[in-house]
Design a protein around this ligand. Structure first.
Ligand SMILES: [Mg+2]
Length: 243
């Protein structure tokens, strides 16, 4: 709906403005195998150009290794949901004592056991612990959710309620907080497709916030899918007054 009149929305986004873009579901489609989300060549060329004209940040829940592998570009990366940033080689930590949390999650991995045959699967991420309930009968899920909440309290962690999963995570870490720490006072553009991106939208109501997909959002604009969003990305690099 908006793509015919993109320039109107881009008002205030100037040369050098900050652009914060989520990766999965925003720049590339979500596919069955999350290990194969490589950027296509057109996308890589667009991002290179955006990085040249503006101040580009890729902001994602993924690890830095994943993002660099998929994009293979020297960009600013905010990774692990806003826990760290790599600003073209310079590392920034948005949380104090991150190594303490690394140990916490290792401890959870070693100590937490659910009964054999319960269907509960657990995974450790570098800075998170996932309790997956996809194979658990519905009637038993509330009990395991309760157990996860008790663990969260015991270890001082925040709980993220996903679809069929609970993730114990570092408290206070989110994309909005990372964006706030890096923001200058100019109007910026923030785009993303899911719940974690809403933190950024809420944090910057005066900016151009774009939600990809259907559903409720705090963003100013919604586009239906990645293809529509890519038209906006192309418009960013083909503006009469910016070169
Ligand atoms: Mg996403």
């Amino acid at each position: 709906m908006i793509t015919e009149d993109v320039e109107k929305y881009l008002t205030g986004i100037e040369k050098g403005s900050q652009i914060f873009l989520d990766y999965d579901g925003t720049l590339v489609p979500i596919i069955m195998d999350p290990e194969l989300c490589f950027a296509d060549n057109e996308l890589r060329e667009i991002l290179k150009e955006i990085d040249r004209l503006y101040e580009l940040y890729i902001i994602s829940g993924r690890t830095l290794e994943d993002l660099k592998k998929f994009l293979n570009l020297n960009l600013n990366y905010i990774y692990l949901h806003g826990m760290f940033a790599d600003l073209k080689g310079k590392t920034i930590e948005f949380v104090e004592n991150s190594s303490k949390y690394f140990d916490t999650f290792r401890k959870l991995e070693n100590e937490v056991r659910f009964p054999e045959g319960s269907g509960v699967r657990t995974y450790r991420k570098p800075y998170g612990f996932v309790i997956h309930l996809g194979l658990v009968p519905d009637s038993l899920k509330p009990e395991y959710i309760k157990q996860a909440e008790i663990l969260g309290k015991e270890y001082g962690l925040e709980i993220y309620y996903g679809i069929n999963l609970i993730e114990l995570k570092v408290p206070g870490v989110n994309k909005g907080r990372a964006i706030r720490a890096l923001r200058n006072d100019r109007k910026c553009l923030i785009a993303g497709d899911e719940a974690t991106d809403e933190y950024g939208f809420v944090e910057c109501p005066e900016c151009l916030t774009i939600h990809i997909g259907n559903g409720k959002t705090a963003a100013i604009l919604s586009v239906r899918n990645i293809d529509e969003f890519r038209k906006i990305l192309k418009a960013l690099i083909h503006r009469p007054d910016i070169s």
